[in-house]
Design a protein around this ligand. Structure first.
Ligand code: C5P
Length: 412
């Protein structure tokens, strides 16, 4: 399959955080995808990961000092400039608080910072901060991140989870597979030859929250990752993407218009104005089927030994779109089932007038809510099934968008 990193020159800048131990694996993934990788390692980075490992997996000498040894024949004395000029992308992972500060003020005293300054304009810089959660939230780190973002860098929020400090919080570097995927999508050029190019695509994503009272709600475990991956994939194909999302902890994909909502009714109200004009409606949200009939105002008191909650049906957003879509418009839905899934997914295709259903098997570790991978079966309007093996949601999203393109233009 076409890979956006094939033949691309990538500099991986590594600074001194414990997450540096993951970087040889990242280099391997990039090399396997056909990229040329050079590593710029800071002095503290070299305390966490060995220069020898990085040189072995990249097949190139690791760059550290801006001043090369003067007595080695063939040394490139201007490599502090030439390396930055060579690169199609600069990736800094992990980026420590110290490295963020040095880049933000423009220091240029090692190869990593020199590459940052000499990179050609317009080339993507992806920065993956990783540090203790308290450090990440500090005013100086926030300020430096803001400066780098204003300067055109893409700073990727660290993940939440267990940190080396023994605490749990935000500060973890994403896994190498996730970083490699981010690099791939930032190097991907928007395809103008796609039938989606310039067309409106509306995507719902994430969970909904249905209020019980002013401080409590009914919801589900959806993370929104699949819907956001679809938004990126549709954008890569040149679509004008509107992403209507329930509460999630995800950054807005570049070039995508985002609408934040809470409840199913709000999601319905946000989506409805686009029903008439969108070319494709993709319902990836895990919309609550029911909502409490009468949310209480204030906080309900625990006076009674038991409490009954009357739930009423929510509007089915994709079914409503499916029922009123015009020739040429496509409706795509998801079906997540824990039992007898496939038959029910085929049923949904007809009941909701869909053109494509992505049947999602649910298994807590590799498929379903809040994991990075998915195992799906795509069922098209002729009930033809295509099984996609377990893969990253970002990759599955690209294949699903490819299927939509095929439905829009069968001669492709
Ligand atoms: O019927 P079920 O909830 O399993 O259908 C799932 C599909 O329908 C998903 O694509 C989901 O986004 C969509 N849906 C919706 N509005 C609802 C319920 C589900 O758009 N109220």
């Amino acid at each position: 399959m076409f890979s956006a990193v094939q033949g691309k020159n990538i500099i991986l800048g590594i600074s001194g955080g414990i997450a540096a131990y993951k970087t040889p694996q990242l280099v391997r993934l990039l090399k396997k995808a056909g990229a040329n990788v050079r590593v710029a390692l800071t002095a503290s980075g070299s305390r966490f990961v060995s220069e020898l490992s990085l040189a072995t997996v990249s097949g190139e000498a690791v760059c550290r000092e801006t001043f090369p040894p003067a007595d080695v024949p063939g040394t490139d004395f201007t490599r502090h400039i030439s390396l930055g000029e060579w690169a199609d992308a600069l990736v800094i992972a992990p980026a420590t608080a110290n490295t963020l500060a040095r880049l933000a003020v423009g220091l240029c005293d090692d190869m990593l910072s020199a590459c940052f300054i000499t990179l050609r304009p317009g080339k993507p810089v992806l920065i993956f901060p990783a540090m203790d959660g308290q450090m990440y939230r500090s005013a100086s780190v926030r300020r430096n991140v803001a400066t780098l973002v204003a300067g055109g860098c893409t700073v990727i929020e660290p993940e939440s989870g267990d940190l080396a400090s023994g605490q749990c919080g935000t500060g973890r570097m994403p896994d190498p597979e996730v970083i490699a995927d981010r690099i791939r999508s930032s190097l991907q050029e928007i395809r103008r030859d796609s039938p989606l190019s310039g067309r409106q695509v509306v995507i719902t994503a994430g969970p909904t929250r249905e209020k019980i009272d002013d401080v409590r709600f009914v919801s589900n475990y959806s993370s929104g990752k699949m819907g956001f991956a679809l938004a990126c994939a549709a954008r890569e194909r040149g679509a004008e993407v509107r992403l209507i999302t329930g509460p999630v902890h995800l950054a807005t994909p570049e070039g995508v218009e985002r609408f934040d909502v809470e409840s199913a009714c709000e999601m319905h109200d946000a989506a409805k104005p686009f029903f008439a004009t969108c070319a494709v409606f993709i319902a990836a949200a895990a919309v609550a089927d029911y909502r409490p009939e009468m949310p209480a105002s204030g906080k309900l008191k625990k006076t009674e030994p038991e409490m009954r909650l009357l739930l009423v049906r929510n509007p089915d957003i994709v079914a409503e779109f499916g029922a009123q879509k015009q020739p040429g418009q496509l409706a795509v839905g998801f079906a997540l089932e824990t039992s007898e899934g496939l038959a029910s997914a085929h049923g949904k295709l007809d009941e909701k007038h869909l053109d494509l259903v992505a049947f999602n098997t649910y298994d807590r570790k590799t498929s379903g809510f809040d994991v990075d991978t998915n195992t799906m079966t795509l069922i098209d309007r002729n009930h033809r099934e295509t099984l996609l093996p377990t893969m990253l949601k970002t990759e599955a999203a690209r294949l699903l968008i490819g299927h939509i393109e095929q439905l829009m233009d069968p001669d492709r």
